[in-house]
Design a protein around this ligand. Structure first.
Ligand code: ZN
Length: 323
């Protein structure tokens, strides 16, 4: 299953690439962001090996065992609000009825909200770990823990399939798209969100940009190449949403912060409660950074609103229809 050449494009396996800029990952290893000259994916080069991925997704990534969430109190409440908004959007797309599969469903809370929106049967997949253990507690959730390709679902099964900030983590993205296509009903919808590599944030901060999240984020697509490849797979673009108070203002702040620290994503890991990662930094200074973030966030929200007009926000949520 795992590719042999770690410099090959993770999407189309082409070896012809252009180097864009260096990226130092969370373990201090320097890689490059390369652009595939065939499918135009921008990807981490070399790609992390299996051992590095296991290390990147250890239990600290999913939050502590005892705690019921990945983030601390106030932040978790804000995330909960945005999850509900996402559930509202997806419920509306399927007209409040049908089967919905969320791939990489995390703790399952998005699906829990969705099931309250009408006659909606909820399905989720997640890899083994703390998130999956939390998702098991969601009533009425049909949960598959493990590889998507081993799941028991038949073709033409779902009215909608969703991937929220999951696609860029996939080792076999093209195989996922093919699986999704065959498992959607005709006219079914695919809703997926991921970082926008053509955003002002990405282009300005380059290797320091939060949403590169190396080595977990394996590849990115600009708008045009992505829509083109989706059309070739049989999907028609319905909507695209750029403005995101949940993702984009923090992305800007953390990217600036990365410029002043030897390690990347310190505030983000602090908010997740990853004490091991932040142990060399003073808790007080990270708490002060958090306060500064809340103070400047109105300005960051405004700048995201402007960026979204030009489709240059840091993240994007696409809705496609199977044709
Ligand atoms: Zn490619």
């Amino acid at each position: 299953m795992y590719k042999i050449n770690s410099s090959a494009c993770p999407y189309c396996k082409n070896l012809n690439y252009k180097v864009l800029f260096p990226v130092t990952d969370m373990f201090g290893k320097t890689r490059q962001l390369s652009k595939c000259q065939n499918c135009k994916a921008e990807y981490l080069n070399p790609q992390p090996n299996t051992e590095e991925l296991l290390q990147a997704y250890d239990d600290s990534y999913y939050g502590g065992e005892a705690d019921d969430s990945k983030f601390e109190g106030l932040v978790e409440r804000m995330i909960e609000y945005f999850r509900k908004k996402r559930a509202n959007r997806v419920a509306k797309i399927i007209q409040y009825q049908g089967n919905v599969l969320d791939i990489g469903c995390g703790n399952g809370q998005f699906l829990a909200h969705l099931s309250e929106q009408g006659q909606i049967q909820i399905f989720g997949t997640e890899m083994p770990g703390n998130s999956a253990r939390r998702a098991q507690k969601i009533p009425k959730l049909n949960l598959w823990i493990g590889e998507l390709f081993d799941s028991p679902y038949g073709d033409n099964r779902f009215d909608a399939i969703t991937l929220f900030h999951v696609f860029e983590h996939l080792v076999e993205p093209e195989a996922y798209l093919d699986w999704i296509y065959s498992h959607l009903k005709p006219d079914g919808h695919l809703v997926l969100s991921f970082p926008n590599i053509d955003s002002w944030q990405a282009r300005f901060h380059k290797g320091q940009w939060l949403h590169l999240d190396p080595p977990r984020h394996l590849f990115f697509f600009e708008r045009h190449p992505f829509i083109k490849l989706m059309q070739e797979k049989g999907f028609e673009l319905k909507t695209e949403l750029y403005f995101s108070i949940e993702q984009n203002p923090f992305g800007s702040f953390q990217s600036w912060s990365n410029r002043f620290h030897a390690k990347r994503e310190l505030l983000f890991e602090h908010l997740k409660g990853n004490r091991e990662y932040t142990k060399d930094n003073s808790k007080l200074s990270l708490s002060i950074e958090k306060l500064i973030y809340f103070a400047v966030s109105p300005a960051l929200i405004l700048s995201d609103a402007i960026a979204s007009i030009f489709k240059k926000s840091a993240t994007v949520e696409y809705t496609f229809r199977k044709i």
